[in-house]
Design a protein around this ligand. Structure first.
Ligand SMILES: [Zn+2]
Ligand SMILES: [Zn+2]
Length: 132
C-alpha cells in the first residue's frame, strides 16, 4: 500500500518535470503536485526529488549565486544557461566538443555519466537592461 502511494507520488512529480521547461524549484513542484495529490507534503516532494536525482532520472541544478535548487527531467544531455539578471534557466545544447569527453591519463576517473555545464551570463531579453 505504502509502496503504491510512493510510486504514484513519484510519477506525478516526474510528469510535472516532463511537462515544463522552466526548471521549477521544489516549492513550485510542490504547488503543482498538490493539484493532483492534495495531501502531499513538501518533505515528500523533496524526498522524491532526491530519490529521482540519485537514480539519474532528474537533474538538480544549483544556481551559482545561491538560492533554491532547480530541477528538470534528465531525458537528453544538455547544458544550462543561467541569466544573472532575471534568473531564467534555459536548456542549451551541449557543445559538440563535450560529447564523448575523454580524460586520457586521468586514472582517478573510470567513466563519465554526465557533464554538468552551467553557462552564466545575460539572456537576450536582459541584454539592454544591463548596460548603464
Ligand atoms: Zn534575463
Ligand atoms: Zn535543463
Amino acid at each position: 500500500m505504502k509502496k503504491t502511494r510512493n510510486t504514484r507520488q513519484r510519477g506525478v512529480i516526474l510528469d510535472i518535470l516532463r511537462e515544463t521547461h522552466d526548471h521549477p524549484t521544489a516549492e513550485a513542484i510542490y504547488r503543482e503536485a498538490r493539484r493532483v495529490l492534495p495531501n502531499i507534503s513538501l518533505g515528500t516532494v523533496y524526498r522524491n526529488l532526491n530519490f529521482l536525482r540519485d537514480h539519474g532520472t532528474v537533474r538538480e541544478i544549483r544556481p551559482s549565486e545561491g538560492g533554491s535548487s532547480r530541477f528538470d527531467a534528465a531525458d537528453t544531455p544538455h547544458a544550462h544557461f543561467h541569466c544573472i539578471h532575471c534568473s531564467a534557466l534555459l536548456d542549451i545544447p551541449l557543445p559538440n566538443a563535450l560529447e564523448g569527453l575523454r580524460f586520457e591519463g586521468e586514472e582517478r576517473i573510470s567513466a563519465v555519466s554526465l557533464v554538468d555545464l552551467h553557462v552564466i551570463g545575460s539572456c537576450s531579453g536582459c541584454e539592454g537592461a544591463s548596460t548603464h
